[in-house]
Design a protein around this ligand. Structure first.
Ligand code: FE
Ligand code: FE
Length: 278
């Protein structure tokens, strides 16, 4: 038997531990003392996130015909996600979203940037559709070419069926050098799902932040640079700019949800229609 499922917020905590500000680059790689549930999570993730799986999920959810919700409504829906495994979760999903947005707002960043803070994790509603956590959260990585050893727990890829397909195990795999990140398939999770939902509504910088915020091997470790274009490199700067707000706003003062709501309802209205397809 495996232990209890870790709480969703544990993934973010795990990442922020890995990337504490001021830590030396080499220390970043020290994650072997992570809780066993985190190791087990990545064992499952790396075993089952094949290229076929990622492509099939993108097809399945890309139709955006599951529900129609307002953005705030989606936040409340996501908030119904309860972690039995984490009795003392101090931060609900809504609070994490608001803390991220408020930190961005405090620093005087543009409105669309604040909005990204608010909505970047809404794709986690995948959990409410019954997707296992390993198909929703955790670091993402390219599928369809050799795995970088800069991906967290690279040894767990041993059991991934793609490891037996030689074509998928070369440096470029199914891709061309410099083909562009937008043409690279990533492991499936909440980033890509939310990107599909927002694609028609937000500026390119915002879409990068949403689509790639969990892709630590690329935006943090600099892996797979040979698949990127100059445009990608330029835009990834925005992902890096967003990252500290996501990781480190949790220690901030709790946000009064009711008080903050009118401001963010206005912000949502500026970019999104009343109902959005999920
Ligand atoms: Fe996230
Ligand atoms: Fe987040």
């Amino acid at each position: 038997m495996r232990g209890p499922l870790p709480a969703l917020s544990d993934w973010d905590d795990f990442v922020s531990d890995r990337y504490q500000p001021g830590k030396e680059k080499e220390e970043f790689r020290v994650y072997d003392n992570a809780p066993p549930v985190v190791r087990e999570f990545y064992r499952l993730n790396h075993t089952h996130q094949t290229r076929d799986f990622a492509l099939a999920k993108r097809q399945e959810y890309g139709t955006l015909d599951r529900r129609q919700m307002g953005i705030w409504e989606a936040m409340e829906y996501l908030n119904t996600l309860v972690d039995d495994s984490d009795p003392d979760t101090d931060l609900s999903q809504i609070e994490h979203n608001l803390q991220t947005a408020e930190a961005i707002r405090r620093d005087g960043h543009p409105r669309w940037f604040q909005l990204v803070g608010l909505i970047h994790d809404l794709g986690k509603v995948l959990c409410l559709y019954g997707e296992p956590q390993w198909a929703v959260v955790g670091d993402t990585f390219p599928v369809g070419c050799a795995w970088s050893d800069k991906i967290v727990y690279p040894d767990f890829f041993r059991e991934n069926p793609d490891s037996k397909i030689p074509k998928l195990q070369t440096k470029y795999g199914v891709y061309e050098p410099g083909c562009g990140l937008e043409n690279v398939d990533l492991s499936w999770g909440h980033d890509e799902y939310m990107y599909m939902i927002c694609r028609d509504y937000l500026p390119e910088e915002a879409l990068y932040m949403i689509r790639y915020h969990s892709c630590y091997p690329i935006h943090r470790e600099g892996a797979y640079d040979y698949l990127l274009t100059d445009r990608n490199r330029e835009m990834l700067e925005w992902v890096k700019k967003f990252n500290p707000y996501d990781l480190y706003s949790k220690g901030d003062e709790k946000v009064d949800v009711a008080k903050a709501r009118p401001y963010y309802e206005d912000l949502i209205k500026e970019f999104f229609p009343e109902k959005v397809r999920f």
